[in-house]
Design a protein around this ligand. Structure first.
Ligand code: RAM
Length: 348
């Protein structure tokens, strides 16, 4: 199979048709060395996992020998929605080949994304999609969103020993990834297995450390029987764990959700956050870059069913997003659940 792929790639290069959609079952091999200017746009600057995604994108940028420029630009935390819309608009005006966005603006991003597409800019979402899918070529999904709901329900179940109160500390109210994961968790919680778990509140820490810290403390005040704070954000989970540690509350209120091992290791080892999950953001940036390069160079069509090769990560296929019928996604996976058993090894 490898041999066959090499032969077809070589033949395609000779014929000048590299990147044409292959017949079913074949994978598009991207031809390097094109000149495509691209923008990697996180929710905002200053979150470590987004820097890691940029590292992955830079790796792919070098590997694909793109002679264009890869920019990593984002708004400030306080101006995330308006800032993302502005950067999307400016990118289109500048004639960027692709904008890769972790969307923090909900469907408010749609008009600027649609305009960017009309100007010839490919819009690839990663980490956090456009809820309606409008203005988006494809979403690079880190994990399957429905299964993330089950993972969070299971972590709450194991931390609470099957019964108790849980509150969610989310990111910003318009973060479509967190909103989808919370909705998926609420669906999962309907299963009889979780009948002993009561979801008492959902609050937003805006993916800012201090706001999240204060929201976590407010939750504890408001719900004296709270057993777990579930925070599906690397910023929120770290802030909540610190808040519980600072108040000496870790025996009573545990923290779980989605966290970065290097930021969580001390809280996992001291029992404040015994269990949490995450995926690899470098890989997510790398895969997103391959996707956007393929689309912006015209080597990929972006149609459902199209398979392409993403370098060291292997082959991926564009499929319909089960969470957003009519929109498409590329599913990365896997994710890891971290506990005291494995968090130290992962935190280097
Ligand atoms: C924060 C951001 C990001 C999310 C992670 C889990 O870093 O909100 O979008 O994917 O948490």
């Amino acid at each position: 199979m490898t041999h066959f792929t090499k032969l077809t790639t070589a033949a395609a290069l000779l014929l000048g048709t590299a990147g044409a959609a292959w017949a079913d079952g074949h994978s598009v091999s991207l031809t390097p060395g094109e000149e495509i200017n691209m923008v990697l746009l996180p929710k905002f600057l200053g979150i470590l996992v987004f820097d890691q995604a940029n590292e992955g994108a830079q790796e792919a940028h070098a590997e694909l020998g793109n002679i264009g420029e890869l920019l990593f630009v984002g708004p400030t935390p306080e101006n995330s929605t308006a800032g993302q819309i502005e950067i999307m608009t400016t990118s289109a005006t500048q004639g960027q080949g692709a904008v890769m966005i972790s969307n923090n603006a909900g469907d408010q991003i749609v008009p600027s994304a649609v305009a960017a597409q009309a100007a010839g800019t490919r819009v690839v979402t990663w980490d956090s999609p456009i809820p309606s899918g409008e203005g988006e070529d494809v979403f690079v999904a880190q994990v399957d969103f429905a299964s993330m709901g089950i993972v969070m329900a299971d972590m709450a179940h194991s931390i609470l020993g099957g019964a108790g109160q849980m509150a969610v500390l989310s990111a910003t109210p318009d973060a479509s990834n967190q909103n989808a994961w919370i909705a998926a968790m609420e669906v999962a919680l309907e299963d009889e297995k979780y009948a002993g778990i009561e979801l008492v509140d959902i609050v937003y820490g805006d993916d800012q450390a201090e706001v999240s810290y204060n929201r976590a403390l407010a939750l504890v005040d408001q719900y004296p029987d709270l057993g777990v704070i579930m925070s599906p954000t690397t910023v929120g989970i770290q802030a909540a764990a610190k808040a519980m540690q600072d108040e000496g509350l870790c025996d009573k209120v545990r923290v779980s959700g989605l966290g970065l091992p290097s930021e969580m290791v001390s809280y996992t080892m001291n029992g404040c956050a015994p269990e949490f999950a995450l995926w690899d953001f470098r890989d997510l940036g790398y895969l997103t870059y391959y996707t956007a390069y393929g689309l912006a160079s015209g080597q990929m069509t972006g149609e459902i069913g199209e398979t392409f090769n993403a370098g060291r990560m292997g082959d991926f296929t564009i499929e319909e997003d089960p969470g957003r019928p009519g929109s498409s996604r590329i599913l990365m996976g896997p994710f890891t659940v971290y506990t005291a058993e494995n968090v130290e090894a992962a935190s280097n």
